[in-house]
Structure formats: C-alpha cells, structure tokens
Ligand binder design. Structure first.
Ligand SMILES: [Zn+2]
Length: 200
C-alpha cells in the first residue's frame, strides 16, 4: 500500500474514533475557529504541535518552518501572524524550538548546507550564532552546544516577535511564550515570556 492510500484509511479510522468520543465534533467546528494560541514551530516531523500539547482541532493556529523562525521576510509567516492577531485575536503566541534541531545545528556548523533556500532561510540564525558562539563553546560537546543555541534562538525569536508592530499594535497584545521540546523525553521546557510591558 502506498503512503497516500494509508493516509485515506487512517483518516477514516480517525473520523470514527473522533465521532465515537464526541458525536458533534465536526459539526461544531464547521461554524468557525477561535483558537487561543498561534504556534510557531519547526517543520521537523518529530515535533507535532497538536499532539505534544494534547490539543484538539480548533485549539491552535499553526505555522511551522525549518528552525521555527520569526521569518519577517516571508509572506507566508507574516500572513499567518497577521490573521492570528487581527482576525482570530489569539491571546498567546508560542515559539517552540526543539533539542537536536537540524536547522539550528546547520547554522552552528559554520558550513553551507548545499541547499540554497535553506541557507538563505537560516541566515539570521547563523548571524545570531556568530554573535554568541564564544559563550556556547563552553558546552562540553557538539550536541549540548547546539541545544544551548536552540534555547537562545527561541528567546531571540520571542524578543523579535514581541517587538513587531503587528504584535505591539494589536488591540489586545498577545503574551509571547518561548518553549523548547526535548526529543528524548517528550517534555516541553519553558524558556521565556514576553509581554508588551517588558518590551517597551
Ligand atoms: Zn528543527
């Protein structure tokens, strides 16, 4: 069986399972969405936003890209952010990084990935790494160094986000929260919170 054929079968099983637990589930969601949070995460297949916070359809508005960047040059990111704030009125924005992030690791390597679009996307992470690499070098091995950078990167993205006009000028500015997901334990670790008062 091919992957897409399995997807259709798994979808049927999922629909049945959802309806057995909550017969009105799909009918209720048809009327619209009002998620509490906008989630900015990494595209990594091991870090699925909804599953790792035990969320249901309708709970999270999601944007994912390589290395969970607040990618202000990217219209797909900005349009999702704009919609989340201006239309959905989310109360929280979560930036979630993860240990062992390949994108952050590549930025720390000092070498090109050989992929033009990936290199272009990771430029801000490379620039951040260059600024802090002397502090990171105290970490005992490469994996720890990358994970240290993952945490600094999440905090930097939260700072960047909280300082954007779209966020600052929101009618009710959302609370920006930085988290890091541990691949080996499945646990989320709080990294930072940014409010407008703290940014101003
Ligand atoms: Zn990643």
């Amino acid at each position: 069986m091919q992957f897409h054929e399995r997807v259709l079968l798994e979808n049927q099983a999922w629909v049945e399972s959802m309806l057995s637990r909550d017969p009105d589930h799909f009918e209720r969601l048809q009327s619209g969405q009002s998620p509490e949070a906008f989630w900015i995460g990494c595209s990594d297949s091991r870090v699925p936003a909804e599953q790792l916070c035990n969320a249901s359809p309708g709970d999270l508005f999601v944007h994912r890209n390589v290395a969970n960047l607040v990618a202000t040059e990217d219209p797909t990111f900005l349009s999702a952010l704009e919609y989340a704030i201006s239309v959905l009125g989310v109360r929280y924005i979560i930036v979630c990084g993860h240990e062992g992030c390949g994108g952050v690791g590549a930025a720390c390597s000092g070498e090109s990935t050989g992929l033009a679009y990936v290199d272009a996307h990771l430029k801000p992470v490379v620039a951040h790494y260059e600024r802090v690499k002397n502090e990171l070098s105290k970490a005992p091995d490469e994996a720890n160094r990358v994970n240290d950078m993952v945490r600094r990167h999440v905090a930097a993205q939260a700072d960047h986000l909280a300082d954007l006009d779209l966020v600052r000028n929101a009618e009710q500015p959302p609370l920006v929260v930085g988290l890091v997901y541990s691949l080996d334990r499945g646990a989320l670790e709080p990294i930072c919170e940014r409010t407008q008062a703290a940014v101003a």
